[in-house]
Write a protein that binds this ligand. Structure first.
Ligand SMILES: *[C@@H]1O[C@H](CO)[C@@H](O)[C@H](O)[C@H]1NC(C)=O
Length: 142
């Protein structure tokens, strides 16, 4: 089990104003600005559920490898590996990409369930998907 500290790129809570100066040949990067919005019907949203599964898998991989800043996304030691159960709520925000805040239920190795708040940042046009945060929820909210 590892003790890891939270590094959270300060994407959430900020509007990013991006000014793009690109050469004529460069692919235009779509930049849309906006606030955070709740995603409805999360339980039946397959894309969001799969995104939640991705977060748990990434977290397990990072815990396993313990290299670089891999283990820097959660600030509390957790049992490992975690089994994805479901995403229980989600928000998204457009910040030169998409930031998703997911509340994810997992099953721990001892069989008990636990909630984590996860932040994942996606830039589809760069085929980039990054787990920025994965923190246990202090008191379970069901
Ligand atoms: C987690 O998932 C694995 C693979 O499906 C399974 O073998 C294991 O029993 C599960 N653990 C718990 C605690 O549910």
């Amino acid at each position: 089990m590892s003790k890891v500290s939270l590094i959270r790129l300060s994407l959430s809570g900020f509007l990013v104003i991006a000014v793009l100066t690109q050469s004529a040949n460069a692919i235009r990067t779509p930049v849309v600005l906006g606030g955070k919005s709740d995603i409805p019907n999360v339980q039946t949203n397959i894309e969001i559920q799969e995104l939640g599964r991705y977060c748990v898998e990434q977290f397990n991989l990072m815990e396993e490898s313990e290299q670089g800043n891999a283990a820097s996304i959660a600030n509390t030691a957790v049992l490992n590996p975690l089994n994805f159960s479901r995403v229980v709520s989600a928000q998204k925000q457009v910040v030169a990409g998409l930031e998703y805040d997911l509340r994810i239920e997992v099953t721990q190795p001892d069989g008990t369930s636990r909630m984590f708040d996860s932040i994942v940042f996606i830039q589809p046009w760069l085929h980039s998907k990054k787990l920025l945060g994965f923190t246990p929820v202090a008191s379970p909210v069901y």
